[in-house]
Design a protein around this ligand. Structure first.
Ligand SMILES: Nc1ncnc2c1ncn2[C@@H]1O[C@H](COP(=O)(O)OP(=O)(O)OP(=O)(O)O)[C@@H](O)[C@H]1O
Ligand SMILES: [Mg+2]
Length: 317
């Protein structure tokens, strides 16, 4: 069970300490960490997406790497390459940046499709294949990708089918309050004078492993499992929003929502999940898996608005 002195709680406070607002973002990063899932963060430029993930990386045990995506990136830039060693006359495999516990993939929609698919194979299967050899990635292995939705030139939208590989898709906006904008200014101005030191978080790989195991044991009552299933089924043929849906939510979506709800309950020091956990996470866990039909798009409906319709139509009990 978690409490405020648990290393995961300390990790959350340390990441949040360097961010103004974004409490939800930090909580969701912890949820994904506990549920062994990957996260896609979408939002306009300059709102601390990269900053948040860099702080998380700096506080986590295990190694991390950052990949800045560009259109000329090659799959081997991620997976690694065979390098010729004249001393031995043979080839050695030099692992690429994917071989780290936490991988920040910045501007994923700038990477060309072959790179995206190498990355998504890594995310779904925990392994990479290069030069015909398949190699396992570290465990845990977590990808946090960012993308900026306002840019279209020179970008490659992620294939819809592959969006499914992200446990959560977070959509961030600009700081809503002038006070927050001012606090960001004060914070960054102070950092320019004295670069801040991150407090060390006493989180070890073993503690993280143990916390994940506890989160997986959080009780999901049968009625709550049914609630999750009914939400997902609302997108399938015959369901409440089916008429607007081109591709309904997959079983991976059901599993994602359940695991995320358990992790949220664990973070709130409960050993059982509640409908509020499911309701809070349904948009981030489901909306990116539901592809609206052209008619729906023409009427201004989106994955998120359809999930909101589902939440209105389906009652927890
Ligand atoms: N909420 C915030 N809290 C703290 N700093 C912030 C916040 N929002 C913006 N900043 C500051 O704004 C700058 C931009 O942040 P960052 O580079 O992380 O943005 P980004 O969202 O990754 O942008 P891009 O999409 O262009 O990569 C940094 O100096 C960061 O410290
Ligand atoms: Mg960035």
């Amino acid at each position: 069970m978690n409490d405020m002195s648990h290393p995961i709680a300390l990790l959350g406070s340390e990441v949040a300490a360097g961010l103004i607002g974004h409490e939800e973002l930090v909580e969701r990063l912890l949820i994904a960490l506990l549920a062994s899932g990957h996260v896609l963060i979408e939002g306009p430029p300059g709102i601390a997406k990269t900053r948040a993930v860099k702080r998380l990386a700096a506080c986590l045990p295990g190694s991390h790497a950052r990949i800045q995506c560009t259109p000329d990136l090659l799959p081997s830039d991620l997976t690694g390459t065979q390098v010729f060693r004249p001393e031995t006359g043979g080839f050695d495999f030099v692992p690429g940046p994917l071989f780290h516990a936490l991988v920040l993939v910045d501007e994923i929609n700038r990477a060309p499709p072959k790179v995206q698919s190498a990355l998504l194979e890594a995310m779904a299967e925990g392994q990479v294949t290069s030069s015909g050899v398949t190699r396992p990635l570290p465990d845990p292995f977590m990808v946090v990708a960012t993308q900026n939705p306002i840019e279209h030139e020179g970008t490659f939208p992620l294939p819809e089918a592959q969006m499914d590989r992200f446990l959560l898709h977070l959509s961030l906006g600009l700081p809503p309050l002038a006070e927050q904008e001012r606090a960001i200014l004060d914070l960054v101005a102070a950092e320019r004078i004295a670069p801040p030191a991150l407090a060390s978080v006493p989180l070890t790989a073993d503690t993280l492993h143990e916390a994940k195991a506890e989160a997986a044991r959080v009780h999901l009552a049968p009625a709550l499992k049914d609630f999750i299933v009914r939400l997902v089924m609302a997108s399938r043929p015959g369901g409440a929003v089916a008429q607007w849906v081109e591709h309904p939510i997959s079983p991976r979506g059901t599993l994602a929502l359940a695991a995320a709800a358990q992790a949220r309950a664990w973070l709130r020091a409960r050993d059982y999940a509640l409908p509020e956990d499911v309701i809070a996470l349904a948009p981030d866990a489901l909306a990116h898996r539901l592809i609206p039909s052209w008619t729906a798009i023409g009427e201004g409906r989106t994955g998120r608005s359809l999930v909101a319709d589902i939440m209105r139509a389906i009652e927890p009990w």
